[in-house]
Design a protein around this ligand. Structure first.
Ligand code: FAD
Length: 434
């Protein structure tokens, strides 16, 4: 089979790839120099839309509406944009072999691609219940959500099972967003997770109590402290019941599983240094192999602010790491240097009429402020995290753009706090005056 050769290749065609392409164009990449090779059939898009507006019963988001870079207020990069810039979008092409020594990638169809510089942007893949040997986990109408094809299958099932019952397995981002959007579709929802409260990796009990109360008011049946251990099916193979470890049985027409993800590093195992489950990079997203960069979900990078090395599975970092890597590639070609990546962690989610943002680090003591009563009309509340007498992280529900800017600033500046009681009393006004 023919071999294609490019100066730059991005493997993976998700969020990081799209933002990298824009930066390549800004840096003056020449026609024919750059290729994006993606398993997906469509040009890079803003993945977070898949668990939100993509599943709305009315006015649902559809491509080309949410191609990158609209998610951060930029212009959409339509397939034509790549063509105009001479960037090859090689879609529906899965790379199955990567040989970093000979700088060669091989696709499932046997095509070879040569590169001078490689950007790894393969993202993550979902953890599946079948990987854990859960009985009946491959029954029909059990869904996962990572790519647009997954979302399309779910949309079909929602249409086919009008007013039906769904069981959402997992209480993280996907679980919370999917439970909400299923309710909007008038589906009866039970949400099951083993932890004592939802989103335990970020939420404290106080934050979670608001969301759990709010979701219950919206008709979501929350079942905590147990897990799905098996699925029974109808004779046609479609899921019928979810069996829980505590012995309960839930009827289900649709099951959506959101139990976590794992970075897609398999192609590069043994060829590149790894750490904390990801590909280890420096502050320019350079890996241990010359001319190979890793960005987005797969990168384990120095988080300068906390003097730590971390992997971040969030969209803001995937955008910014991609831009940093491309700037670094061009700078090194020109013998110049750029500043180290200095990332302030930022996560967000939206569901129902709620919308939260979090900046910084969720470590240390906590102070909840505002009105966290799920029954009250205002949903404005938040939380500070305080370590060594300094505010290091802030969470805010229903913030205005100015308030969100203020909490970002506080997390970056890390002001000293004299008294936690005082902080609780001041609440959001503490952030607003920094
Ligand atoms: P991805 O965007 O996942 O892109 C990876 C790409 O690589 C995919 O196109 C994949 O098909 C391709 N690929 C992988 N392996 C190969 C291969 N061997 N050959 C060719 N192509 C390959 N983050 C937030 O901060 N807020 C949110 O609200 C939020 N919502 C989310 C909702 C959903 C449903 C999902 C799945 C994620 C959400 N995230 C959210 C996380 C965010 O989308 C990811 O952190 C981000 O997409 C990571 O970007 P990436 O480019 O590293 O990976």
């Amino acid at each position: 089979m023919a071999e294609k050769s490019f100066k730059y290749v991005i493997v993976g065609g998700g969020v990081a790839a799209g933002y990298a392409a824009r930066e390549f164009a800004k840096q003056g990449v020449k026609p024919g120099e750059l290729a994006i090779i993606s398993k997906e059939a469509v040009a890079p898009y803003e993945r977070p839309a898949l668990s939100k507006a993509y599943l709305f019963p009315e006015g649902a988001a559809r491509l080309p509406g949410f191609h990158v870079c609209v998610g951060s207020g930029g212009e959409r990069l339509l397939p034509e944009w790549y063509a105009e810039k001479g960037i090859s979008l090689i879609l529906s092409t899965e790379i199955v072999k990567a040989d970093l020594a000979s700088k060669t990638l091989v696709s499932a169809a046997g095509e070879s691609f040569k590169y001078q510089t490689l950007v790894i942007a393969t993202g993550s893949t979902v953890l599946k219940l079948s990987d854990f040997g859960v009985q009946g986990a491959d029954s029909k109408n059990i869904f996962y959500l990572r790519e647009i094809d997954d979302a399309d299958k779910l949309v079909e099932a929602i249409k086919a099972k009008k007013n039906g019952k769904a069981v959402i397995v997992g209480g993280g981002y996907i679980g919370l967003e999917l439970s909400a959007v299923m309710r909007l579709n008038n589906i009866e929802v039970s949400m099951v997770y083993p932890e004592p409260w939802c989103m335990p990796r970020l939420f404290t009990e106080g934050i979670a109590a608001f969301y759990e109360g709010y979701y219950q008011n919206k008709g979501v049946n929350i079942i905590k402290g147990t897990v799905a251990v098996g699925f029974d099916t109808h004779p046609n193979g479609e899921v019928k019941e979810v069996k829980l470890k505590d012995g309960r049985i839930l009827e289900a027409d649709i099951v959506v599983v959101g139990v976590g993800a794992r970075p897609l590093t398999t192609l590069f195992k043994g060829q590149v240094e790894e750490e904390k489950g990801g590909i280890k990079t420096d502050a320019f997203f350079k890996t241990s192999v010359p001319d190979v960069y890793a960005v987005g979900d797969v990168a384990t990078f120095p988080l300068k602010m906390y003097n730590d090395i971390r992997r971040v599975e969030h969209v803001d970092h995937s955008r910014k790491s991609a831009e940093q890597a491309v700037k670094a590639i061009f700078a090194s070609e020109q013998g110049k240097s750029i500043d180290e990546y200095d990332y302030l962690p930022y996560f967000y989610s939206r569901a129902f009429d709620l919308s939260w943002q979090f900046y910084g680090d969720n470590v240390g003591e906590t102070v909840l402020f505002g009105d966290a009563d799920p029954n009250s009309a205002t949903h404005k509340f938040g939380q500070y995290w305080i370590q060594d007498g300094k505010v290091v992280g802030v969470f805010l529900e229903s913030g205005t753009p100015e308030e969100n800017k203020a909490i970002a600033k506080v997390s970056k500046v890390q002001p000293l706090v004299s008294s936690l009681d005082q902080l609780a009393k001041e609440g959001l006004s503490f952030a607003s005056k920094i």
